[in-house]
Design a protein around this ligand. Structure first.
Ligand code: ISL
Ligand code: CA
Length: 556
C-alpha cells in the first residue's frame, strides 16, 4: 500500500463557514466547489471536510442522523458526488469526517432504541438504571457540561452521552454496531473518498461497569474510563482488516489524551489500525484540566512536547502536525501575536508546520492569518460548548466578564467565523447575514488582498508548501533539537543522506543575539526561507528579530 499521505499537506474545511453559494448565510458544498481553484493554487493535496451528513446540528454536524445523506443546508448527495469528482479532477484527494463514537438522538437507530427496552436496536447504545436511591448511574461529567446521563422517561433508564444529550454514545461492544460502521465506511469508499478523519475515536471502548471516578465530589470527567479503553485497539484493528486495508486510503484518528507510547499503538505500521492520530499534548499546554481552566502556556513546555513527538514518532508510525482546527482558538492569536506581529508570527508558525516530520494540516483561514474574534455579547455566539460553559459557570457565580473572557480566549466560534474572501459585505462569504457573524477585520484581512501580494501570509504558505515538496528531507529526515533550554527559541535540524535543513523559530516579540553552533556552517548552507525578507545571515552571530523564522539548507 502506498503511503501518499506522508507527502501530503491537508486542508481542513468547516463547510458551514467556508462559502455560501445560495445566499442563505450558510456555507455549502457547491460553495466549496467554487473555491477548489483557490485550494489548488495554495498547493494543498488533500481536503478534509468536517461533517456534511444529515444532522439536527446540535453540535454543527458532529451529531449525525443519516450517514448516507447530506444535510439540506449543505446540498444533496449528488452535489457531494460531484464535489468528490471535481476534487479528483484537480489532482486533490478528499477525507470525510467519520463521527461514530456517537450518533444524533434523531438517528433512526436511537429513535428505535429508545422506543422500548426490548427493541432490537436498544443495545446499539449504552443504557443504565438509576442507582437504587434514584441518583445518576455514575459521576461522569459531559464534555459539554452537566452529567453524561440523560434520563429517558419512557423506558425508565438513562443513556450515556459523553458530549451533548443530542449525541448518545454508540455501544461498540455490540458486533452489529461495528458492522454498521464498516458499512458506512464502505458506502463512502465506494463513492471514491480517500480516507477518514475519525472523531474522538479513542473514546469508543468504555471500561465495563462504567465506574464512578473515585473520591470526587460532584461531576468530573471520567476520561480514564473511556479514553483509550480496553478494546479500542481490537475494534480499530477489525475495522482496518475488514475495510481500510482493502483501499489505498489514509485514516487520522482524533485522540485526546494520548502520549507517544499510546499513539504508537494506534499508528505503528505493524499494528494495522490508523495512519496517524491527532494528539493534544501541545495544544493543551494552556489549560489545567478541562478546556475552560486556563493557565499561561510556556514556549519551553510547548516546544518540548513537539520535540518529544518528533523524536518518538516517524521512524515507526507517523505524526500529524497541526496548530488549529474547528475546536481550537486561531493559531496566530494563541501562539503568535495577532496584533503588531500578525504577519511575522503567522509566517513563523507556518515555517514550523511545514518543516516538521509528519503530515501538516492547515485549517481554513489559517493561511490568511485569520484571528480570534471578540463579540460583545454571548447572544452572538453559537457553539454548544461555549453556551454550556456560560450557563454552567453562571450558576457557579462566575461573572459575565470572566465568562466572556473565557469564550474569547478559548471558545470554538473564533475558528468558525466565516472565511474571509474579500472586503465586500459579509467578507464575500455570503449575500445574506451569515449564521455566525464575520470577524470585523475582514475589511483588510481577506483572501483577495493576500492572493496577489507576494509578501502576504497566503503567499508564504504557498511558498512553504512548494518548498516542502522540493525537500524530501522534511518527510524522511531525522530530527535534532538545538538550544533546548532557550525559552523563546525553537530550533532544529532535519537531516537525511542528501541534505541538512536547519529551522530557527522565535516564538516571542523579543529581539536577541544568537550564536549558531559550529556544526551549522552558515557559509555552506543557503538561507532558503525567511519570514522577514532576509537575504543572508551574514555570519554565525545573528540578531534575531521578533517572531523571526528562517530555514537554512545544505548538502550533506
Ligand atoms: O474536551 C476535549 C479534550 O479533553 C475536547 O478537545 C474534545 O475531546 C474534542 O473537542 C472532541 O472533538 C470532536 O468531537 C466533538 C465535536 O464537538 C468536535 O467538534 C469534534 O472535533 C463531538 O463530536
Ligand atoms: Ca448556503
Amino acid at each position: 500500500m502506498s503511503e501518499w499521505w506522508k507527502n501530503a499537506v491537508i486542508y481542513q474545511i468547516y463547510p458551514r463557514s467556508f462559502m455560501d453559494s445560495n445566499g442563505d448565510g450558510i456555507g455549502d458544498i457547491p460553495g466549496i466547489e467554487k473555491k477548489l481553484d483557490y485550494l489548488a493554487s495554495l498547493g494543498i493535496d488533500v481536503i478534509w471536510l468536517s461533517p456534511v451528513y444529515k444532522s439536527p446540528n446540535v453540535d454543527n454536524g458532529y451529531d449525525i442522523s443519516d450517514y448516507r445523506d447530506i444535510q439540506d443546508e449543505f446540498g444533496t448527495l449528488a452535489d457531494m458526488e460531484r464535489l468528490i469528482d471535481k476534487i479528483h479532477e484537480k489532482g486533490m484527494k478528499i477525507l470525510m469526517d467519520l463521527v461514530v463514537n456517537h450518533t444524533s438522538d434523531q438517528h433512526p437507530w436511537f429513535i428505535e432504541a429508545r422506543s422500548s427496552k426490548d427493541n432490537p436496536k436498544r443495545d446499539y447504545y449504552i443504557w443504565a438504571d438509576p442507582k437504587p436511591d434514584g441518583s445518576l448511574p455514575n459521576n461522569w461529567e459531559s464534555h459539554f457540561s452537566g452529567s453524561v446521563w440523560q434520563f429517558d422517561e419512557k423506558t425508565g433508564q438513562y443513556y450515556l452521552h459523553i458530549f451533548s444529550a443530542g449525541q448518545p454514545d454508540l455501544n461498540w461492544e455490540n458486533p452489529s454496531v461495528r458492522k454498521e460502521v464498516k458499512d458506512i465506511a464502505l458506502f463512502w469508499l465506494d463513492k471514491g473518498v480517500d480516507g477518514f478523519r475519525m472523531d474522538v475515536i479513542n473514546f469508543i471502548s468504555k471500561v465495563p461497569g462504567l465506574p464512578s471516578v473515585p473520591g470526587a465530589t460532584g461531576l468530573v470527567r471520567g476520561n480514564m474510563f473511556y479514553m483509550n479503553g480496553p478494546k479500542v485497539h481490537e475494534y480499530l484493528h477489525e475495522l482496518n482488516q475488514d475495510v481500510f486495508s482493502k483501499y489505498d486510503i489514509m485514516t487520522v484518528g482524533e485522540t485526546p489524551s494520548v502520549t507517544p507510547e499510546i499513539a504508537h499503538q494506534y499508528v505503528d505500521e505493524d499494528r494495522g489500525e490508523l495512519s496517524m492520530v491527532f494528539q493534544f499534548e501541545h495544544i493543551n499546554t494552556d489549560i489545567k484540566g478541562t478546556r475552560w481552566q486556563i493557565k499561561p502556556w510556556s514556549i519551553k513546555e510547548f516546544k518540548g512536547i513537539i520535540s518529544k513527538w518528533q523524536k518518538a514518532i516517524g521512524d515507526k508510525g507517523w505524526n500529524s502536525i497541526y496548530l488549529s482546527n474547528h475546536d481550537q482558538p486561531r493559531s496566530v492569536s494563541r501562539y503568535g501575536n495577532d496584533d503588531k506581529y500578525l504577519l511575522e508570527s503567522a509566517k513563523m508558525l507556518c515555517t514550523m508546520n511545514m518543516t516538521l516530520r509528519g503530515t501538516p494540516y492547515v485549517y481554513q483561514g489559517e493561511e490568511l492569518g485569520m484571528t480570534n474574534v471578540r463579540f460583545d455579547d454571548i447572544s452572538s455566539y453559537q457553539d454548544v460548548e461555549s453556551l454550556g460553559m456560560y450557563e454552567d459557570y453562571g450558576k457557579k457565580g462566575v461573572s459575565v466578564h470572566d465568562r466572556m473572557e473565557l469564550v474569547y480566549y478559548r471558545g470554538r466560534d473564533s475558528a468558525r467565523t466565516p472565511m474571509q474572501w474579500d472586503s465586500s459585505e459579509n467578507a464575500g462569504f455570503s449575500h445574506a447575514r451569515p449564521w455566525l457573524a464575520v470577524n470585523p477585520n475582514y475589511t483588510w484581512l481577506n483572501a483577495e488582498n493576500e492572493m496577489d501580494n507576494p509578501d502576504s501570509i497566503f503567499s508564504f504558505y504557498k511558498n512553504m508548501i512548494a518548498f516542502r515538496r522540493k525537500h524530501p528531507v522534511i518527510i524522511d529526515g531525522s530530527f535534532k533539537e538545538y538550544f533546548e533550554d532557550h525559552d523563546r527559541l525553537f530550533a532544529y535540524m532535519r537531516e537525511n543522506d542528501d541534505e541538512r535543513l536547519f529551522t530557527m523559530l522565535n516564538f516571542s516579540a523579543t529581539q536577541f543575539t544568537l550564536i549558531l553552533p559550529e556544526d551549522i556552517d552558515v557559509s555552506s548552507m543557503n538561507l532558503e526561507v525567511s519570514n522577514i525578507g532576509r537575504k543572508d545571515l551574514g555570519g554565525n552571530i545573528i540578531t534575531v528579530y521578533p517572531y523571526e523564522s528562517f530555514v537554512l539548507v545544505g548538502k550533506k
